[in-house]
Design a protein around this ligand. Sequence first.
Ligand code: FAD
Length: 428
Amino acid sequence: MGRAFVYVILGGGVSAGYAALEFVRRGVSHGELCIISNESVAPYERPALSKGYLLPEAAARLPSFHTCVGANEERLTPKWYKEHGVELVLGTGVKSADVKRKTLLTTTGETISYKFLIIATGARALKLEEFGVNGSDAENVCYLRDISDANRLVNAIQSSPGGNAVVIGGGYIGMECAASLVINKINVTMVFPEAHCMARLLTPKIASYYEEYYKSRGVKFIKGTVLSSFDFDSNGKVTDVTLRDGTKLSVDMVVVGIRIRPNTGLFEGQLTLEKGGIKVNGMFQSSNSSVYAIGDVAAFPVKAFGEKRRLEHVDSARKSAKHAVSSIMEPDKTGEFDYIPFFYSRVFTLSWQFYGDNAGEVVYYGDLSASGSTFGAYWVNKGHVVGAFLEGGTREEYEAIAKTTTLRPAVEDLTELERQGLGFAVAV
Ligand code: FAD
């Protein structure tokens, strides 16, 4: 059994949805494009899962957040794919790939061949077992990567009214889930090994602003230690969490957000890997010229950093998708991808954006001690502004810091930059 397509997108997440829209805009014929996904729903905006999806009232549900609404573009429902002749093969995994023969073998036993393949397999959440702790299968232990994880989390929340949750991990998933749990009136203790939350991006000073805000909403922090083991009841539910520092906490539910790993397994030994992902050039082409990789799984050249990076963020997933499709369909008219990294988060009533690179000296502005204030920071490296963070900005102000990190203006006097604060970016 087999089918042949000109273009196959492997994976049905954020980048797959944006790639499909770009293919259709550029004019693929009916039956030329296929998306294979082991999720049972059409591509959707994954960030919604830790935000609107977990709200106690008026929660976001599909079809409202199918791609590409996150970038204020068309919402691609299953009907859209049908009308545009895009084959959606859902609830189907790919279990092996042969890039020499240009074929994929699915879990249903079908061989799908392609002329061009786009790998959009994203990443998976690391499991506790990979850190030597058992218990991931307990019904009140939750991860968050896809809709089925989100449904399990919603069930756990609804089964724990007024209860206690431990959130393991102080990154994006941990912080956003902790906020959602508080909004659902669950008592939250966050546990992570670092000295402060969001350690890969935020400075101690900025992180402390968010931690203080979380504390004001009742969240407790236990830092510098990790999970050691669980106690279970006779139904296999976790009742207590023991930490390596000896602390024991009784729980109704546990949320685990301890990093992700790109899904490269199908291509190991067939394509060149770098930074844990599939190495691509500025056109998103891998070491095999018929195979492209986009989104979380791709290690692509980021000019601003002068090296290849893998970015685990939705903006790069969307933009890499569009660029790869352009590279495939109009290679002569497509230049190298020129991208300024952009990350954001929204928790409670707070909202921040970050652009560029968090390297060099940090210059702060605004009031970091007052809750609900607007404040920010610039990163200055080798005399140029290379990164900018802003909490509580307006659309115009976010655009201004984005532009600043794109133009990388020279700065001689850091005290003067601090004095000008946001005004510096607005004037650029
Ligand atoms: P994904 O969207 O993960 O899609 C990968 C797809 O491939 C999935 O459909 C998967 O099932 C499929 N797949 C994998 N292997 C196979 C296989 N062998 N066969 C078939 N299908 C396969 N980023 C931000 O910048 N801001 C945020 O606020 C933010 N919030 C987030 C909240 C959550 C809960 C999560 C999980 C992520 C969040 N992100 C956020 C990150 C962002 O969602 C990702 O960067 C983005 O989804 C990456 O897109 P992708 O297409 O590379 O991967």
